[in-house]
Design a protein around this ligand. Structure first.
Ligand code: PMP
Length: 445
């Protein structure tokens, strides 16, 4: 075989997928996979849907592309209205993009321009969590807290003030309430030291993604951050690139907590793997301030093109029509029960955390001390490889910052049914039995 010109990752050549339907994919050797991670937590409605294809084809037949400053675009207006509706009108303005990184990047730039327009140009810094992931472009990477990704670029990114969020698995405070209070107090101290009037915005994921193994925050923490932002006059940006559009069982994860952001970035599930589309949602007065100062100095060629927005609209309408959020709740409970049963069985499953159909499983060498496995074992990759051999795709990572250890995400398409959820758990169990034998075999005598 000719060497591939693509350079996405080091490693052996990958099989190619020949076709896919629902939660299953088949490669060119005929091997079948259950998509336990929705690709990159993006194929939220499963594969091969006629309704999405029909909506896309109908739009293609009309027009695929018009430029946003030249023509009105009915699918874009309709999708924007639908998104505003999903926030119950709390965020009234929408700016479309094509990816999660672009959505975060847009949020950072809008926050900055807002303060310039208000005569507060000294507000040019951002606060974010370590660990966190906000995207791969230089702005979004600057607020990302994940050393392996940051390292080559720290000199050329905007950077941010990185603070620790709560860690409900490893903290050693007296209880969760006191832990959250301490984390908030530490955050306040860090912001005071940095100069609160230099801060434009606090950026965070309401439920962590791959870099944290679905780190959970809680209501008290988010209320505390909201209160800090209000006190210091900076904006709260929620990165719902991964959690938005139903992943956690609400349209947006913030709705579980009753804490409303000023700006919200979303992407992945909006196009559901059918077409790239993301969005920045914003409070109306922020947008009006920026528009009154001459407009938002930002934009991408493909932003909000008709085909992208027709796809996003078809996704949202399908989810509403089929009551997908109640399926997320029901299947989420089954997945949680199944993963916790596996945790009870295998001592190296240290933590199972998440909500809806976003679950993280963390692996530890010692469940009492919660010590991670030695990094050189690369167990995160090994368990994913075993799962793949058992016909199951999961999303593995190893976090080196703060939250320690190997982990993987289980994030199946939001339309998965009860039988396939059980099948997912069966395949995971088979992979875990094999992994357990390997761990036992390599343990020191
Ligand atoms: N923010 C979060 C929370 C994400 O999970 C991701 C993607 N993993 C991004 C931003 C970046 O999105 P994209 O890869 O579409 O640029």
């Amino acid at each position: 075989m000719d060497p591939s010109p693509l350079f996405y990752q080091a490693g052996p050549a990958l099989p190619e997928i020949s076709h896919a339907q629902g939660v299953y994919l088949w490669d060119d050797t005929g091997r079948q996979y259950l998509d336990g991670c929705s690709g990159a937590i993006s194929c939220n409605l499963g594969h091969g849907r006629d309704d999405i294809r029909d909506a896309m084809l109908a739009q293609l037949d009309r027009v695929a592309f018009t430029y946003r400053t030249q023509f009105e675009n009915a699918p874009a207006v309709a999708l924007a209205k639908a998104l505003v509706g999903l926030t119950h009108g709390q965020l009234e303005k929408v700016f479309f993009v094509s990816s999660g990184s672009e959505a975060v990047e847009s949020a950072l730039k809008l926050a900055r321009q807002y303060f310039v327009a208000r005569g507060e140009p000294q507000r040019r810094r951002f606060v974010s969590l370590r660990p966190s992931y906000h995207g791969s472009t230089l702005g979004a990477l600057g607020v990302t807290g994940y050393h392996p990704l940051e390292a080559p670029f720290t000199d050329i990114t905007i950077g941010s003030l990185k603070v620790a969020g709560p860690d409900f698995y490893r903290h050693t405070d007296a209880d969760d309430t006191r832990h959250v209070a301490r984390v908030l107090a530490d955050t306040r101290t860090a912001i005071e030291a940095a100069g609160p009037d230099t801060i434009a915005a606090f950026v965070l994921e309401p439920v962590g993604g791959a870099s944290t193994g679905a780190r959970m925050l809680d209501r008290a923490y988010l209320e505390g951050i909201r209160a800090l932002c209000d006190e210091y006059g900076c904006l709260l940006i929620l990165d719902e690139v991964l959690t938005g559009i139903g992943r956690t069982g609400a349209w947006f994860a913030y709705q579980h907590y009753g804490v409303t952001p000023d700006l919200l970035a979303t992407a992945k599930g909006l196009g559901a793997g059918y077409y790239p589309v993301g969005a920045l949602l914003a409070r109306a007065d922020i947008v009006e301030t920026v528009m009154a100062s001459g407009g938002f100095q930002h934009g991408h060629t493909y932003a909000g093109n008709p085909l992208a927005c027709a796809t996003g609209l078809a996704v949202v309408e399908a989810m509403q029509r089929e009551g997908v959020l109640s399926n997320v709740a029901a299947r989420g409970r089954e997945l949680e029960a199944g993963l916790k049963a596996l945790q009870a069985r295998f001592p190296w499953v240290g933590d199972v955390r998440g909500m809806g159909l976003l679950w993280g499983v963390e692996l530890v060498a010692d469940p009492v001390t919660k010590a991670p496995f030695p990094a050189e074992h690369n167990y995160f990759a090994r368990i994913a490889a075993l799962a793949k051999e058992e016909g199951l795709l999961i999303y593995p990572r190893r976090t080196l910052d703060g939250l320690a250890g190997d982990h993987f995400l289980v994030t199946p398409p939001l339309i998965i049914d009860a039988a396939d959820t059980a099948e997912l758990l069966d395949r995971l169990e088979r992979a875990m039995v094999r992994f357990d034998r390997e761990v036992a075999a390599s343990a020191p005598a």
